[in-house]
Design a protein around this ligand. Sequence first.
Ligand code: ADP
Ligand code: MG
Length: 659
Amino acid sequence: MSIIRVLADHVANQIAAGEVVERPASVAKELVENSIDAGATRISIEIEGGGRRLLKISDDGTGMIRDDAILAFERHATSKIRNSDDLAAIGTLGFRGEALASIASVAKVELVTSLEGSGTGTRVTIEGGRMRNVKDAAHPRGTTIIVRDLFFNVPARRKFLRSEATETFHLTNLVTHYALAQPEIAFTLVNNGREVVRAVAAKDLRERAYQIFGSEFLENLLEVNGGHPQLARVSGFVSAPRDRRTTRDSQYLFVNRRFVRDRMINRALSEGYRSILPYGVYPAALLFIESPLEEVDVNVHPAKTEVRFRRQAAVADAVREAVRAALASAGYARPDERPVQPVEELSQSVAAGSTHQVEYRVPSAPAELNVPATAPAKGEIESNPVQPRIDFVPPTLPKDDWPPVSSPIEATGDEIAHDIEEMFRATQAERELRSESYLGEPAAARATLPPLNSAQKIAREVTAESLGSNIRPLGQLEESFIIATDDEGLLLIDQHVAHERVLFDKYRALEAERRTESQQLLVPETFDLTPAQAVVFDALAPELEHYGFELMKLSGRTVAIKSTPADLPASEARNMLAELLDTVDPEKKNSARDTLRDEIAASLACHAAIKVNMPLAPEKMRWLIDRLLQTSSPTTCPHGRPVILRLKMRDILKGFHRI
Ligand code: ADP
Ligand code: MG
């Protein structure tokens, strides 16, 4: 007797549902996509009990006639494609004809719909895949779908659902994403009777992002606008380097307005931040890629959350370049990748350092800074004049030239509002201080209390293009920060991170040219690896050798350091290696070799750079500033921290009540 049978439709649907319907948010995703495909201008979502008890989605889209409303629940029933040729260029979010059938097989569903001009609407009731009822029902043009008791007939699935709070979080996230992807559609989300998202129709992403996140969020983002129309237009927002995450959770990617996950794009995004953010630290991003339909295959994943590009590598390049350009126009990087300083010049300074062999290793005085105290330092500056200011001005629009945005983000108005708000906060802060600890103080002391947030607001990070060549060091603060002036005001330069940036660029350039230099240790240093470090060591050793390390594995897990890269004090070599071996993920070695090399250069730079609490002679400060200005990114260190803060003349004058 034959033992193979064709499964009943409702069983097949439940199997398909296993892939499509993972949790309430996946139901919402399919239904919202259907509403968008139906041309809705308004979509409202209501949820109860984390979407498990109730999920209700209404739209004002085209609606359906009675026959279609019934057919819609059949498996492989769709109005969006007709034949396999259509699969080559899918312009709708849905196309598989599976969602409604899958959802209806694992929940109690009611659909009410009405097509304009077709008389009364229709109500279809279906439970666990079984049609219960079809009758006339009034409904304005559009469709409402109510999904109750999700997984009521699949106890195994129910068990996998998380707490109401978690499921609500996923639902809110989902609605937020679609609202961002479709600014011109009005969205509302009501959770247990309380409205949590309300976004009226907006004119563009910027306005929508403002509606959803508020102005503070936008202030901290850089606008991306690049790519190639025939291949991939890339737009959206990315975070400034100081805003750092340890996961990719804050990266939202959309391809042709479809919310997707894509490791290739994630990687390209990180590449855009190369040498600005360290390895293992991720930016936040809201990236939209628009590609011609035939360039993208969306039929990759049952839940349609993955896509495949015909020209993967070119799309990755477009993303990387667009992100890089955004960082450059905000002054965090130069748009091009080439090393800025000619290598000849760099190796000169290394050679100069390596004449000191032994003294050189005194940790408090790295060789690079041991420039002669007299004329040569100045000579060096003159022979390597700082590149003209124009060089730091990226070819793209500066931030201030962003296209104007409709209120309430109008630049000038906002600035005034901001000032007023700051004044208010200051007085508020003063009041609080007075009522707490300053009650008994004399009136004069009270009057001079600065606003609590003044330091953060007044000394600001600088952009690369605002840096001219006429920076004059005046001295040091706490032997850690260089105090300097320029045309725009007073500068504070963090000496450690400034030197870190200089060394990073140097190591990177020398490595790229295979011209790193090393210094032999008189007595090799040995150190023992942990088992985990030993695994990483084998993968990392060749890369380390590119940078001038000479390493030898002795018996077992003992390693001898025979030579170290120029400038790295011997006492730091072990620390640096241990730190790298603990943080680098060897698995990623091949896929992101450049990132790994950046990571090594950043670590080297950090350990070789002058420390804080170190006195610097005026010539050394001068030298450091001049070198810093020649780097690829003088305003951020390789770990993303700011290098320079500026107190603007205007703020100084304001502070003294002179304006
Ligand atoms: P798909 O979206 O892949 O076509 P679905 O199962 O999600 O498959 O939907 C089946 C069909 O039902 C759609 O092709 C569409 O014609 C119709 N439909 C579903 N939801 C709506 C809606 N909100 N408004 C109008 N038509 C809808
Ligand atoms: Mg669909």
